[in-house]
Ligand binder design. Structure first.
Ligand SMILES: Nc1ncnc2c1ncn2[C@@H]1O[C@H](COP(=O)(O)OP(=O)(O)OP(=O)(O)O)[C@@H](O)[C@H]1O
Ligand SMILES: [Mg+2]
Length: 284
């Protein structure tokens, strides 16, 4: 059975006239790594909130259709039950900080205390989460005294420590430099390989191409495309939805216009695919 199942979801925030998500249906299988792309305002964050119960429980508003996460219909279960199975890393890491704790270590422990994890099991879990996200040396610092990128790592650690079945990440590397982003994506991919279901809103298409099993495209609150990265990220429709393309696709398209890209060779979205196409072109 799908771990996430959405049927004909339409959702409107309070005091707004247009729905932020419209007639959206979607299934995600356990262990899938799904990326959500779309222009600003397309509904990526709103879908992330929906998959973790913040819509409708925190944001209120008007929801029709059905959303099941790990078998729970979200509108019929309180947020505190949903967060046990589906954890959200917020787009703005500042929103993740509890405000109740003075050190990074205690901040990460906070979620576990609420989960009712036995005290003796906590240190090992907290240390693993800190090691995975590269923040071990920040354990005693105040969560407020960190840079945006460091806060983003803390936000990720405080979700990982909960070991949710579904990890939802809303642009988790927006404040990180390229090296930091690479490290964070590598951790997320590793967890996905270990079986965690991952849903990630992300603008960085080259990372999406490299890591995701499937890409969803949102436009105006509707799910307009869904499929493997190589197919979705080379779709001529992306331009219509104000979404860019990877550098690899850009170069190959330019060459294609001058008959410099091998006929029948799919357009690339990763470095490896680009290299394969260039090799064929050079051998001609
Ligand atoms: N709390 C809110 N109250 C009312 N409307 C909202 C709220 N949050 C988002 N919206 C509206 O819902 C729509 C979808 O917004 P959302 O934040 O989900 O888009 P997004 O794809 O995450 O955009 P971005 O790339 O800027 O993060 C937009 O029209 C936005 O103005
Ligand atoms: Mg957003």
């Amino acid at each position: 059975m799908a771990i996430i199942e959405i049927e004909a979801l339409t959702y409107r925030y309070p005091h707004t006239s247009q729905p932020a998500l419209r007639d959206l249906s979607l299934q995600i299988e356990p262990g899938e790594f799904v990326a959500i792309v779309g222009a600003n305002g397309a509904g990526k964050s709103t879908l992330c909130y929906t998959l973790t119960g913040f819509v409708p429980h925190f944001f209120q508003g008007e929801l029709s259709g059905r959303v099941y996460v790990a078998g729970l219909e979200t509108k019929d279960h309180p947020l505190e039950d949903i967060v046990l199975v589906s954890g959200l890393v917020f787009q703005n890491p500042f929103n993740q900080i509890s405000g109740a704790k003075f050190t990074v270590y205690d901040e990460i422990a906070f979620g576990l205390e609420n989960l009712g994890v036995p005290r003796e099991d906590m240190p090992a879990r907290i240390e693993r989460a800190m090691a995975l996200t590269g923040i071990t040396d920040m354990a005693e610092r105040s969560p407020y005294a960190l840079s945006g990128g460091q806060q983003q790592r803390v936000a990720l650690a405080s979700m990982l420590v909960m070991e949710p079945q579904v990890l939802v990440l809303d642009e988790p590397t927006s404040q990180l430099d390229p090296l930091g982003s690479r490290e964070v994506f590598a951790v997320i991919r590793e967890l996905s390989r270990e079986g965690m279901t991952v849903v990630m809103a992300e603008h960085k298409l080259e990372w999406v191409a490299q890591f995701a099993d499937r890409v969803l495209v949102l436009a105006g609150g509707q799910l307009v495309l869904s499929g493997p990265p190589a197919e979705v990220l080379t779709s001529p429709l992306l331009e219509t939805y104000h979404i860019g393309q990877t550098r690899y696709t850009t170069v190959a398209r330019r060459l294609q216009a001058e008959n410099g890209w091998p006929a029948g060779q799919p357009l690339p979205v990763t470095l490896e695919e680009a290299e394969a196409g260039f090799r064929i072109a050079l051998l001609k």
